[in-house]
Design a protein around this ligand. Structure first.
Ligand code: NAP
Ligand code: MG
Length: 454
């Protein structure tokens, strides 16, 4: 018997759906079906598999508005962001549909024969995603996995499963078999852990907290099961004195408050060169006060609520331990609202500078020179993303090369383009998603030698 879980709209605190929470036995049964489906999916002709993925992408695109509205209700994302996210899913599927026919091995010269390599799909892939970006993050795993010829069991976060469930239906509507792409709803402890433990799941893609990522890698290690891990972040936004301060200050709120700060790439540490601190902060304060935190259904909304009451308490606890410099405004309840907040801490070892807050809170620090900026940016266990603001391009690249992080941008707060690789250094992760090589993570390489001297 399955349990059910009530799904809450974080903007209204109302229940909007009930979703099955699968048991371990039900999860194992789904894995059995996925393993059976793999035997035929891997043999589907590349042109046919590519065409199915293209039809899937087109179906997602034509349901963009429905998916976006669903995400607004389930996750509190602003409608503008949610439309981008649904569009990103279609783009990602389309992009990897193109890699189906390009997936090829090599012929390597060897004495006495012919040597050929084959790229073979690993089998059933388990994809475990968090609640902060339910749509795009799922697609970054399932699209290249399906393209490589793997079957997928996808576990959305228990509190945000609705768009993943709808996306799977859109796949099935165009002819991708149900057991080739199955969404398994339920808790991480039960469904997620069963996926990691079951030896028939040959690869795990996990996006979530570093704590759970370490746990998953530990279990997977016992089976020598490969894992891709996309974990937490504590990224820096570095504003050098020669930056265009107007542009840097106008961008800075969006580099940390986007998705209410519930973003692994959030630049939650703002490092400003001391000689321009006052000039920058004056502009930054105006920009923060201007962020529109409102009903996420409105086209004008720039930030919605946090995901839950317990998460808001956790965000609040960080702010309670620091000095608020200034903050924006937000609606009062119902809804798990929290205003964009800028804080200062004196102690460089304070947890607000070390731990991921995952809310609309940024801590400001100053630095003397370029070398100290790099040193401070690297003073973190994490290494996911970051921005550098400067009018000197050579310096921008030099600082970017000095920062230990996987995704950096110069004079920009953007982090993700589906055709470029994405992933973290240090405790931010292992492996890369997206970009031209993502399908390789779902393939074994087989080398075959043919003796021509016989
Ligand atoms: P989380 O608590 O680590 O959970 C992530 C997923 O793992 C959820 O689906 C969760 O299921 C599942 N899970 C929990 N325990 C598990 C277990 N023992 N075995 C298998 N699966 C398990 O993370 P979250 O709170 O949802 O998301 C926030 C975190 O994700 C942040 O740290 C953020 O930085 C990170 N993140 C990273 C990236 C990136 O690309 N680097 C992107 C986005 C988010 P349930 O929650 O349903 O129980
Ligand atoms: Mg969690």
């Amino acid at each position: 018997m399955s349990d059910v879980r009530e799904i809450i709209n974080p903007s209204t605190e109302e229940a909007i759906a009930e979703v099955k929470a699968l048991s371990a036995l039900e999860t194992e049964a789904a894995i059995t079906r996925s393993a059976a489906a793999f035997a035929s999916w891997r043999k589907v002709a590349p042109g046919t598999r590519a065409a199915l993925l293209r039809a899937f992408a087109a179906n997602v695109l034509s349901h963009n508005e429905e998916l976006a509205q669903l995400e607004v209700r389930n996750s509190g994302h602003t409608i503008g962001n949610a439309r981008w996210e649904a569009n990103n899913v279609a783009d990602v599927i389309n992009y990897y549909s193109g890699s189906v026919e390009r997936l090829s091995g090599r012929q390597i010269p060897v004495p006495g024969g012919i040597d050929i390599t084959f790229k073979e799909p690993v089998g059933v892939v388990g994809i475990i995603v968090p609640w902060n970006f339910p749509m795009p993050i799922a697609s970054w795993g399932f699209a290249p996995a399906l393209a490589a010829g793997c079957t997928v069991v996808l576990k959305p976060a228990e509190i945000t499963p609705l768009t993943a469930m709808r996306i799977a239906e859109l796949a099935h509507e165009v002819g991708i078999p149900q057991d080739v792409f199955a969404v398994l709803t339920g808790s991480g402890r039960v469904v997620g852990e069963t996926m990691v433990t079951d030896p028939r799941v040959k690869k795990i893609v996990f996006t979530g907290s570093t704590e759970v990522g370490v746990h998953i890698q530990t279990i997977a290690a016992a089976q020598v099961k490969p894992v891709t891990l996309e974990l937490g972040g504590k990224s820096a936004n570095v504003v050098l004195a020669d930056a265009d301060l107007d542009k840097a200050a106008a961008s800075a709120p969006y580099s940390v408050f986007d998705n209410a700060g519930q973003d692994c790439c959030a630049r939650s540490r703002l490092l400003v060169q001391e000689s321009v601190y006052d000039a920058f902060m004056e502009r930054f304060e105006d920009a923060v006060r201007g962020v529109r935190v409102e009903d996420p259904r409105l086209d004008s909304a720039e930030m919605g609520p946090l995901i839950s009451s317990s998460h808001r308490k956790s965000v609040e606890s960080f702010v309670d331990e620091s000095m608020v410099l200034f903050r924006g405004s937000c609606p009062t309840g119902p809804g798990y609202w929290y205003p964009p907040t800028v804080v200062e801490v004196v102690d460089p070892n304070h947890r607000i500078l070390k731990e991921e807050i995952f809310g609309p809170v940024v801590a400001v620090q100053t630095f003397r020179d370029e070398a100290q900026a790099i040193e401070m940016a690297n003073d973190s266990d994490y290494g996911l993303s970051g921005s550098i603001w400067t009018s000197n391009l050579g310096r921008g690249i030099r600082v970017a090369r000095g920062i230990e992080a996987g995704n950096l941008s110069v004079n920009s707060h953007s982090s993700v383009r589906y055709w470029t690789p994405f992933g973290g250094y240090k405790k931010s992760g292992l492996g890369r998603e997206l970009g031209p090589d993502a399908t390789d993570a779902f393939c074994e390489v087989k080398n075959v030698f043919i003796n021509t001297e016989i």
